[in-house]
Design a protein around this ligand. Structure first.
Ligand code: SAH
Length: 250
């Protein structure tokens, strides 16, 4: 789904070593509707891996800006969020988890331009680079001594941001389908009468010894939350079992 607000979100990759990771990152962005990729001094030129892993996201790589420093990459951004594989930096820099980051981004787009910054595969972001970030984001992992592959980290954060932005958008109000409304109490009552009569007619229910059958069935159908269209099916079935056609009443 195309979400215009995401035009104001860019992904920055700092000194990426593996050209394949740039391709995978482009794909991760593309599927979430994020277009703007900025590369700070990539270590190697694009390779076959870049294009192979980008799959259908070549346009993102073709339009990617290549700049010498992080400062250049984020110059036009109002908020810079650094993605950190470590969580113990909390004391020095404010840190969010990935879900909080999505909500934060959704709150500030599209008025503000936001950059999500990802570090080197081996060493992450330097402290000087973190100084250019307003806040950090960490994707919680089962083990703190591991880190995610950079493109996978981009995927997780792109997903969180795109989802939060979509949820924050005023939803299109499609008029409710009247057939999806719950059947009225009156219609449930006529159904129970019909059901009881059918069960008596087929001798499934002995009116001299009804036990708790009807109450149990009421409980069953009461729990189900039967809709108008489902009620039509139930009544139609009972009528068909008795060899008659049922006229819908709602
Ligand atoms: N050994 C490096 C790991 C770098 S992984 C370090 O300790 O920093 C490459 C990049 O992927 C990281 O700089 C970060 O931007 C991103 N990344 C990896 N795992 C992440 C996580 N759990 N949360 C947020 N970003 C993560």
């Amino acid at each position: 789904m195309y979400t215009p607000a995401l035009e104001h979100l860019c992904i920055v990759m700092v000194e990426t070593s593996h050209p394949g990771n740039i391709g995978s990152a482009a794909r991760a962005m593309k599927v979430m509707g994020i277009q703007d990729l900025r590369l700070v001094a990539p270590r190697k030129p694009y390779s076959q891996d870049t294009w192979a892993l980008a799959s259908g996201a070549n346009d993102i790589i073709e339009q990617a800006k290549i700049v010498p420093t992080l400062q250049d990459a984020v110059a036009d951004c109002h908020i810079v969020i650094g993605a950190s594989a470590r969580s113990e930096r909390t004391l020095q820099w404010p840190q969010m988890d990935s879900r909080e980051c999505g909500v934060f981004v959704a709150e500030h787009l599209p008025q503000q331009k936001i950059a999500l910054v990802f570090g080197r595969e081996r060493s992450g972001l330097t402290n000087e680079e973190l100084d250019h970030c307003n806040t950090l984001v960490h994707i919680p992992m089962a083990f703190d001594f591991f880190s995610l592959n950079i493109a996978m980290a981009i995927q997780v954060l792109a997903y969180e941001c795109a989802t939060a932005v979509r949820l924050a958008m005023p939803s299109e109000t499609t008029p409710p389908d009247p057939d999806d409304a719950l059947a009225s109490a009156e219609s449930m009552e006529s159904f129970y009468t019909h059901l009881e009569q059918s069960m008596i007619a087929t001798r499934f229910l002995d009116p001299e010894n009804p036990r708790l059958l009807m109450r149990r069935l009421r409980r069953l159908f009461g729990r189900a939350g039967v809709t108008v269209s489902e009620m039509n099916i139930l009544r139609g079935m009972l009528a068909a079992f008795a060899g008659r056609k049922f006229q819908t009443r709602e």
